[in-house]
Design a protein around this ligand. Structure first.
Ligand SMILES: Cc1cn([C@H]2C[C@H](O)[C@@H](COP(=O)(O)OP(=O)(O)O[C@H]3O[C@H](C)C(=O)[C@H](O)[C@H]3O)O2)c(=O)[nH]c1=O
Length: 181
């Protein structure tokens, strides 16, 4: 497993060692000891989520705030997405910065997203199955986020369709400035 820190402090990309043979491939998608040694802290994941999205679906930018804030370990087990992470930690040297990368069942790459970062993705393949671990339970009352096309963040989502398919909840998310008001 190769684990490297991204341009966002505390956010890591994990690339598993793949064992290929005539049957196919095997890889460890998560190994606690290697993971915690690399990220430098104990993480107790308590919930696994899976979502399946059609091409052009954009989910995000989401985070849970306060005591229900979640760190996440995200990966794609089918298809491909463009994954986007935004540092919303005011004390961070990378506050307000975003990082994006393609996650797919081919590159088998995972991303560790620490608490305090907003997360979203747009589906690039016809369908994508997104799987992620969270270190805090779902708490709908603490859900928040930032509108995907925020003018300050200027994120290029590389959306494969004319208009992204977005939930009614996400289309009314606050802007970056409103989030901190
Ligand atoms: C997140 C979540 C949702 N739900 C229920 C609530 C809704 O009735 C339904 C769909 O939820 P939502 O539209 O918030 O799902 P996504 O848009 O995929 O949200 C996720 O998408 C982005 C990319 C993330 O990083 C977040 O972890 C998460 O917010 O599942 C649950 O029951 N438990 C949960 O943990």
């Amino acid at each position: 497993m190769k684990i490297t820190e991204t341009s966002l402090k505390g956010c890591f990309v994990l690339q598993p060692k793949q064992f290929e043979d005539e049957r196919g491939v095997f890889f460890e998608s998560y190994q606690q000891k290697k993971f915690e040694n690399a990220v430098g802290e104990q993480i107790n994941f308590v919930q696994d989520n899976i979502s399946v999205s059609k091409k052009g679906v954009l989910r995000g930018l989401h985070l849970q705030t306060g005591i229900h804030a979640q760190a996440k370990l995200v990966q794609v087990v089918h298809g491909e997405v463009l994954d986007v992470i935004v540092d919303l930690r005011k004390s961070s040297t990378t506050f307000g910065k975003h990082y994006k990368l393609k996650l797919s069942s081919v590159n088998k790459t995972a991303v560790f997203i620490p608490k305090g970062m907003a997360h979203g993705f747009v589906t690039l393949s016809d369908e994508a199955t997104f799987m992620y671990k969270c270190d805090a339970f779902y708490n709908s009352a603490s859900e928040s986020g930032i509108i995907y096309n925020d003018q300050d963040l200027q994120i290029d989502w590389e959306c494969p369709v004319e208009s992204p398919i977005i939930s009614e909840k996400d289309i009314v998310l606050p802007t970056f400035k409103e989030f901190f008001r």
